[in-house]
Design a protein around this ligand. Structure first.
Ligand code: GRF
Length: 265
């Protein structure tokens, strides 16, 4: 019999997905427990939800750290193992054509914040970290220190679109403005890019005449609250496996992609 998993969550806002996950842990749909919740800003309302359930919380104030890079970069609390060149090679958040000074400032601020995140979650010996409306990209510095085995990713995210369409911050808005006839949400593992990691589960809904961004968001969130706990339970049950695939594309070209396979045990 598998042990219940220890789950950490990172949020930025209201935490409705966090609430759905906590509910699913409480009523047995997830064989696990949320043991720590962190936010990237002191105003994240979801922190209060966690406290009401007696869950430990913390805040890493990304805004203050990012301001610090602009105003007082030499005072930035960078960890001793910050290695800019290594991160530059690995990261896929900024294009290689981006201005190097800006890229350095971006990575410095993220790593300074991520060192604090790691410090806060480390004592909780997490099996899984879920991003639940966490509006920050994680750099390879953080990802590598959580995913100590690259074949067993341990950071999940929920995204408000049917990936790979509409990565970024406004999936439901993009779905509406593009005139899509179907919208949806995706749960995936995090990799070094933005919303590019291996897909675990997806749910779709029809976009009907008369729908607005608000009604699309409402339909999408309802599905998010079902999908995220289901995907977390697949992880808890040990049913998710990362497999490296190589596809022949014709003309001698090949494509490689790591995909998630779900076993039926
Ligand atoms: C959700 O739509 C999620 O997909 C996106 O941000 C929203 C967060 O909602 N990443 P909540 O904070 O869980 O209520």
């Amino acid at each position: 019999m598998k042990q219940p998993i220890r789950i950490g969550a990172l949020i930025s806002g209201g935490g409705s997905n966090l609430q759905a996950i906590i509910n699913a842990c409480t009523d047995g749909r997830i064989d696990g427990q949320v043991v720590i919740v962190g936010a990237d800003n002191p105003g994240a309302r979801g922190i209060e939800k966690a406290r009401q359930h007696g869950i430990a919380t913390f805040v890493v104030d990304y805004g203050a750290i990012i301001d610090g890079v602009r105003t007082n970069p030499e005072k930035l609390p960078l960890p001793a193992d910050f290695n800019f060149d290594e991160l530059l090679t690995k990261q896929a958040l900024l294009s290689s054509r981006s201005d190097l000074t800006k890229t350095r400032a971006f990575l410095m601020s993220r790593v300074a914040a991520e060192a604090q995140l790691l410090h806060a979650v480390r004592p909780y010996a997490l099996d899984l970290l879920v991003l639940a409306g966490f509006m920050r990209n994680l750099s390879p510095y953080f990802i590598d220190r959580v995913n100590t085995d690259s074949d067993r990713p341990r950071i999940m995210n929920i995204h408000p679109s049917l990936l790979p369409a509409f990565g970024g911050t406004d999936g439901y808005g993009d779905t509406f403005r593009y005139g899509c006839k179907v919208g949806g949400c995706t749960v995936h593992f995090i990799d070094y890019g933005e919303d590019t990691g291996p897909i675990i589960g997806q749910r779709a809904f029809p976009v009907l005449p008369g729908d607005s961004i608000d009604s699309i968001r409402k339909k999408g969130l309802q599905l998010e609250w079902e999908l995220y706990p289901e995907c977390i339970q697949l992880f808890a049950a040990g049913r998710l496996k990362l497999v490296k695939k190589t596809y022949e594309l014709g003309g001698g070209r090949t494509m490689e992609r790591k995909v998630v396979e779900i076993s039926f045990i």
